[in-house]
Ligand binder design. Structure first.
Ligand SMILES: *Cc1c(COP(=O)(O)O)cnc(C)c1O
Length: 347
């Protein structure tokens, strides 16, 4: 078939296979659903909307609420159904993509779909930021550097000063540094000041993790008006549906539940990490996110053992440098107790 561009002849789907289990610790979701009173308010709001009418062109109504919540100029906010769509739009618009390795698969996947040249820079010892190599990779030709911070899938939080150096180089060389803050709430980190001071920095955030809205599909970019204008042109018009609008307006009116949820997850993360530190065969890496990367003697055996006890986690051993690794999302206290009990006699 000759319908498609040649670079698409060997594209692969996103690497995810669904496993049924009682305890789901494989997608870094919130273990708690949205509080019922907020769900009820969102549904009432949705019922009042005219379903026959298109929503706003660029979700202007929600955008204003996001801008207020984030103290960011409205013209620099772009909302999409999941921040993954922003990753795809950025990779499509980019002259080239630079990424760390290993890293969130979709940066590479979206560059592949868009036919944009992609280059991966391996992390250093202990998953350290390969700063010198990333600085050198931002060459005179321009492009987009994706940096998840906290990093996925390692959970490592990079130093603000190092990220600021990357930002300065991006500005000097005409690159865009995209700091993907999908997990920043669990770290207490914040790249907004950097992005406010430097138009060559954009921040991605999502409602999928700390806001407990993985099923809703909503994320946003905070950027300069210039960057936002380009990326808005790369996403379809009217792409935030009315039901998403109703839900986001509701949670943005009452965001307090998020902070309480994040506090519980952080406390559980510390408890699970401390318990796993005593494990005779497993090594859990320090994490600033809502998951732990754990090195085991055999990822397949560890995964299957946990699955046989009703827990599903995510294998990470297909990544170079992550041999034996699995990634475990922090769950509720009860779920984490089940995990620790199953881990105790795991291979
Ligand atoms: C979960 C995650 C996201 C969020 O993607 P959505 O499309 O907003 O659900 C973005 N980046 C990374 C690194 C993630 O792990």
């Amino acid at each position: 078939m000759n319908a498609f561009k040649p670079h698409l002849s060997n594209v692969a789907d996103y690497p995810y296979s669904k496993n049924e289990a009682r305890v789901k610790l494989d997608q870094n979701e919130s273990p708690e659903d949205l509080p019922p009173e907020l769900k009820a308010r969102a549904l009432e709001r949705l019922a009042r909307l005219p379903w026959n009418r298109y929503p706003e062109l660029h979700a202007e109504d929600v955008r204003a609420a996001v801008a207020r919540h984030e103290e960011w100029p409205e013209a620099g906010v772009v909302l999409t159904p999941g921040s993954n769509m922003l990753v795809l739009a950025l990779a499509s618009a980019a002259r080239a993509v630079v990424d760390t390795v290993p890293s969130f698969t979709y940066y590479k996947g979206s560059a592949a779909a868009a036919g944009t040249p992609w280059r991966g820079i391996p992390l250093g010892e202990g998953f350290a930021l390969p700063k010198a190599e990333l600085l050198a990779a931002m060459d005179g030709a321009g492009g987009v550097l994706f940096l998840p911070n906290p990093h996925a899938p390692t959970g490592k939080l990079f130093e603000q000063g190092d990220v600021a150096e990357l930002a300065a180089r991006a500005k000097a060389r005409g690159w865009l540094l995209v700091v993907d803050e999908a997990y920043h709430a669990f770290a207490g980190s914040d790249a907004r000041a950097l992005a406010r001071a430097n138009g060559n920095v954009a921040v991605l955030r999502t409602f999928s993790k700390a806001w407990a809205l993985g099923g809703i599909r909503a994320g946003y970019m905070l950027a300069s008006p210039e960057v936002a204008t380009v990326i808005r042109a790369c996403v379809p018009p009217f792409c935030i549906p009315a039901h998403t609008t109703a839900i986001l307006q509701t949670v943005l009116e009452s965001p307090g539940y998020k902070d309480a949820l994040v506090a519980r997850i952080r406390a559980e993360r510390a408890r699970v990490a401390a318990a796993l530190a005593k494990h005779p065969r497993w090594k859990a890496y320090p994490s600033a996110a809502n998951y732990l990367l754990v090195r085991t003697p055999d990822a397949k055996a560890a995964f299957e053992h946990l699955l046989s006890r009703g827990l599903v986690v995510r294998r990470q051993d297909h990544y170079a440098g992550l041999e034996g690794c699995i990634r475990i999302t922090i769950g509720t206290r009860e779920e984490n107790d089940l995990l620790l009990a199953a881990a105790a006699d795991a291979p």
